[in-house]
Design a protein. Structure first.
Length: 393
């Protein structure tokens, strides 16, 4: 049974650009509209279906159209073209605090959101304790939500969304935010929903988690479907897309620049800056940053890719549970790889700093530094391992 059917879906928006004007043009503009308008498609020609009991992961870079797609399915915005057909009760958690009235208490917002989702007061009364218990905010349930932390917002919103027992659940970046305890509870609830035959559409930048929990993955870029299918294959394609093009490595530098990487150094274990390293020995990455303001719990990460653009290692402070805390001004984050187990070849370093919910990319530098692994002999492969040959008895 199909729970969601998306047919030729498209959403068009209008950008407005202010025009640079001379003094004369500025005076004249008081009497006529000189703002240039540009139309663009946030989504175009999107087609797919999701069956009862299926978990569909949605991945793609920032601006790919992922959140727009969920908003169209949730019917919080209307499509420019195409249609979405829904079969069953739908619950969604699309953005932090969505649907909450800031001046109402947590208790009042539970009843408000429950009624929006179609529950009677009797139904909400029956589910109320389970919602509060799952959210873990019992001491604050009668405080206005405008005083809640972002973590409390997420926990309460998620608790409401799942405890109303929908047939279809939409989630945007929820499984990758919050503390470790909340993430475990969220993933356990997702597994429980899968076992009960619920249909879920989940947007996430946490590629390993989304690969593990999804039956299929939809890969979006620039509003178009790039691939839809096996989670491992689609994630691998997404990781490598745009890195290796026509035999050349593409260097990218982008982000909001609320945090800026001022210098990146590759050093050996003696503190020497190097461009050539040896397998089995340490590699130290120094990431010198400048935070324009106070930034709470930023995530720092890096990846190493080979000459073909394939990522051989990628991780961050969130995945490793080694958070750096709140930052401001200048600072440095060091990464030590105890043993660089790579074979001879040319490799590239990418670094990134983003918000804990992955929605704000502060600064990202793809393939910023190139380095070499030196090794005598003609061994093959990409991984270096100490090997000892012995003659047996």
């Amino acid at each position: 049974m199909e729970r969601i059917h998306v047919h030729n879906l498209g959403k068009q928006y209008t950008r407005r650009h202010a025009v640079q004007k001379s003094l004369k043009a500025t005076v004249l503009s008081l009497f006529r509209n000189t703002v240039q308008k540009e139309k663009f498609w946030a989504l175009k020609d999107v087609n797919f279906s999701a069956k009862e009991g299926e978990t569909l992961g949605i991945i793609g870079p920032n601006g790919a159209g992922k959140s727009t797609l969920l908003s169209l399915i949730a019917q919080t915005t209307q499509p420019t073209e195409g249609e979405v057909q829904i079969g069953g009760r739908l619950s969604s958690l699309l953005e932090l605090g969505a649907g909450f009235h800031p001046d109402l208490t947590g208790r009042e917002n539970i009843y408000l959101n429950g009624s929006i989702l179609g529950l009677s007061k009797k139904d909400i009364n029956r589910k109320f304790d389970a919602i509060v218990d799952f959210s873990g905010i019992v001491p604050f349930i009668d405080s206005p939500v405008k005083f809640y932390s972002s973590g409390m917002y997420v926990r309460l919103g998620f608790a409401i969304a799942v405890e109303v027992d929908p047939d279809i659940l939409l989630m945007d970046e929820i499984i990758s935010v919050g503390d470790e305890e909340f993430r475990k509870k969220s993933l356990a609830k997702v597994e429980s929903f899968k076992a009960r035959g619920k249909t879920m559409l989940i947007v996430s930048h946490d590629l390993e988690t989304i690969k593990r929990i999804s039956d299929r993955i939809l890969y979006l870029d620039s509003g178009k479907v790039m691939n839809l299918g096996d989670p491992s294959l689609v994630v691998d394609e997404y990781k490598n897309f745009g890195i290796y093009q026509k035999g050349q490595i593409t260097v990218k530098d982008y982000g909001t620049r609320e945090v800026i990487f001022e210098n990146i150094f590759l050093k050996d274990n003696k503190g020497n800056v190097r461009e050539e390293f040896f397998p089995g020995r340490p590699l130290i990455i120094e990431m010198h940053y400048f935070a324009q303001s106070v930034i709470k719990d930023p995530v720092f990460g890096f990846s190493l890719s080979d000459s073909q653009g394939k990522i051989v290692l990628g991780t961050n402070t969130q995945l490793r549970e080694q958070l750096v805390g709140t930052i401001s001004g200048r600072g440095c984050v060091n990464v030590k790889i105890e043993s660089l187990n790579l074979q001879r070849g040319v490799y590239h370093l990418s670094v990134a700093c983003h918000s804990p919910d992955h929605k704000r990319q502060y600064h990202r530098k793809d393939n910023f530094l190139e380095f070499r692994i030196a090794l005598s002999g003609e061994e093959e492969g990409t991984v270096y391992m100490p090997v000892k040959f012995e003659r047996g008895e």
